[in-house]
Write a protein that binds this ligand. Sequence first.
Ligand SMILES: [Zn+2]
Length: 338
Amino acid sequence: MSELLLMWDVLLLGTPLAVVAWLLVVWRGEHAVDRVPVLCYHRLTSQADLDSGKIVDDEPVWTVLDTTFAAQLDYLKNNGFETLDLDEVLAIQRGERPAPAKGVVITFDDGYESVLRLGAPLLAARGQRAVVYALLEPDSYTNGQVAGIDRICTPDEILAMQAHGLQIGSHSMTHAILTTLSADKLRWEVEASKAQLSALCGREINHFCIPRGGVSRAVVDAVRDAGYLTCSGRAKGTARLASDWLTLPRIAVERHHTPAAFGKLLQPRHSFVHKVLGDLRLIPTRLFGATWGRKLRSLLYGPGLSWLFAPRNVKRLLVLGAVLYGVALVELVARRLG
Ligand SMILES: [Zn+2]
């Protein structure tokens, strides 16, 4: 019994120390001087088409209105942010190019036609750069997700995006969850997309984005072995020049991000919260592996319980946890003294 109590005491005193140490490390990382936020977008939706009733789009998260995107690009320009592509970031890392006072990378996952039609002209008009992680053979699930509202670009359209100055990266061949594949199939997704996109674009494709959260050590190893220089997946937070760019963290931009909210996303204080929440969400995967982690995550963070993880409720949970911890600590002291 007394051994159990001792273990409980160690846990009671050790856990908060470990949590505080982790928070300090994250806080320091988010406030580093060499930070380069990498923004993650998916689709764009035309405000005019929406207003005229030409399209109905009630997708709440994975798209941003073109008018909002334009305002966000203006925000970047007016606040001294220089948009970089991933080759430019690597050149800065190698010391071949001076680092801008404020660098930022804009990335689009999946390569939607809306990005070519609505996004590319807005970027070109402002002389801003972006990266598109493209798919050559999107599976039926991926096509079905946007049926009637958008579609994945054809190879010709991928070339057109490159001609508009967008940097093309790979998002695998089919958009499969890579952690569920055999080693051979995984290698094909990673290597064939590099070879075929490189042949299509007439330049080496060096940047990969792991689709649909299917991240594991084996997947990142396959990406590195295929010769990619950067890889983004599901990690949240702000990248730094000194980061490992094979596990590149990003900041998700969602539909509700007005220019003011967007500005906050770029500040260390806010990206700290973004990273802490993102890391907490990955706990099931870390504990139970990719497949079970996904199942548990969709249960925990699905529509039923996602309200629990809104920042306001997370703050309330933290306060509740601190109060309970205080009570347990008082009990510990009383027990030791008594
Ligand atoms: Zn994707």
